[in-house]
Design a protein around this ligand. Structure first.
Ligand code: GCO
Ligand code: MN
Ligand code: MN
Length: 385
């Protein structure tokens, strides 16, 4: 098993996660903040292919044009030296108090216009850097007091904003796509567009939806108690998996952003197998952060671990496909039968035949599906028994 990360694996990291000093709502940072240029170099040394950033990670929102330029140039030099690409960029529309009531869905139209302007400026920077994936996570797009926002109005404003910004990308001719990232709550009591399913339905309503897809995150679906594997599968099925935020999460808790693969081994394995088989060629992006107890060395242990675990699962996926016992168990479970169409497109004669035919439900019910054996073989494979 070759577990060496290489650029062709398309591993990328959110710089804000790697450089995270470990603060949480109850305590201050436990590590010195990492310089992003230095973090980029180290990630490149470890075999990462890309890094991603928010505008505010690189320069403060009130930076002058010269200060912005200097900060961007410094990061670009580090990325070039490290041979690392900018795989994604995004707008911070959640930290500054101006966004306390939301950004694209803030009640104050002036706040909404400022949010759009901030996004437009950073889209220009992303365009300049050749960034393909522009992410939107609506951190503050939500509410605590339900009466304060009619969710239908909020969705109108959300749609208006995404359509407007996607129109700008087309107008400027940037080879860029948007990936919208759902999350059910935190920091808001309720967030609009809480899951991948909600997001896919929303994207369907956009005028410029052709360049808009989803950015599912492991932790966020699990906060809602959902299967990440199924969320990613539906996004792929809809042709809308444009990006993915890989990390780990103990289900139904606060957003933990743990090292990829450190929790939920079976769901994670099926997700990796799906990605590897699906032809998905986007970034394998880690939006995760080291445990708060780590010292600076632990940060690199964390980064290595994310990539190593992905490669272990990818190798296990190959072993799964090559395993004769598993193939037989898949047949016994009828898994290949699900890929066979049931009746095809509607046809009047076929509907009549189908309706009037004789069936024996008791006989059909007598079949076993051998799922216990199939699942145990999966567990054996994953545990190396
Ligand atoms: C979170 C989110 C963010 C976003 C990031 C880039 O829960 O904090 O996952 O980390 O992914 O803002 O889009
Ligand atoms: Mn998260
Ligand atoms: Mn994320």
């Amino acid at each position: 098993m070759d577990l060496t990360p290489r650029p062709e694996h398309r591993f990328s990291f959110g710089l804000w996660g790697v450089a995270h000093p470990g603060h949480d709502p109850f305590g201050v940072g436990t590590r010195a903040p990492l310089d992003l240029a230095e973090a980029t170099r180290r990630l490149g040394d470890l075999g990462a292919w890309g890094v991603g950033f928010h505008d505010d990670d690189v320069f403060p929102p009130d930076a002058s044009a010269d200060e912005r330029r200097a900060a961007v140039d410094k990061l670009c030099r580090a990325a070039e030296q490290a041979g690392v690409t900018f795989s994604m960029a995004t707008t911070n529309l959640f930290t500054h108090p101006v966004f306390k009531d939301g950004a694209f869905t803030a009640n104050d139209p002036d706040v909404r216009r400022y949010a759009l302007a901030k996004a437009l400026r950073n889209i220009d920077l992303a365009g300049e850097l050749g960034v393909r994936n522009y992410i939107f996570w609506g951190g503050r797009e939500g509410v605590e007091a339900p009466a304060a926002k009619d969710p239908r109005d909020a969705l109108d404003r959300y749609r208006e904003a995404i359509d407007f910004l996607a129109g700008y990308v087309k107008d400027r001719g940037y080879p860029m796509r948007f990936a919208l990232e759902p999350k059910p709550n935190e920091p808001r009591g309720d967030t609009f567009l809480p899951t991948v399913g909600h997001m896919l339905a929303f994207i369907d309503t956009l005028d410029n939806g052709d360049i808009v897809g989803v950015n599912p995150e492991v932790a966020h679906e699990l906060m809602a108690g959902l299967s990440f594997y199924h969320a990613v599968a539906q996004a792929l099925w809809a042709g809308k998996l444009f990006h993915i935020d890989l990390n780990a999460q103990k289900p139904t808790r606060y957003d933990q952003d743990l090292r990829f693969g450190s929790e939920g081994i079976k769901d994670t394995f099926f997700t990796v197998m799906l990605l590897e088989r699906s032809g998905y060629d986007g970034p394998r992006h880690f939006d995760a952060r080291p445990y708060r107890v780590e010292d600076p060395d632990g940060v690199w242990e964390f980064a290595r671990g994310c990539m190593r675990t992905y490669l272990i699962f990818a190798a296990k996926a190959q072993a799964f496909a090559a395993d004769h016992d598993i193939s037989a168990a898949l047949d016994a479970a009828g898994a290949p039968q699900l890929a066979v169409p049931t009746v095809g497109a509607y046809d009047h004669a076929e509907a009549t035949r189908l309706r009037d035919a004789e069936y024996d439900p008791d006989q059909l019910a007598s079949r076993g599906y051998a799922n216990e054996r199939l699942d145990q073989l999966t567990i054996d494979l994953l545990l190396g028994a």
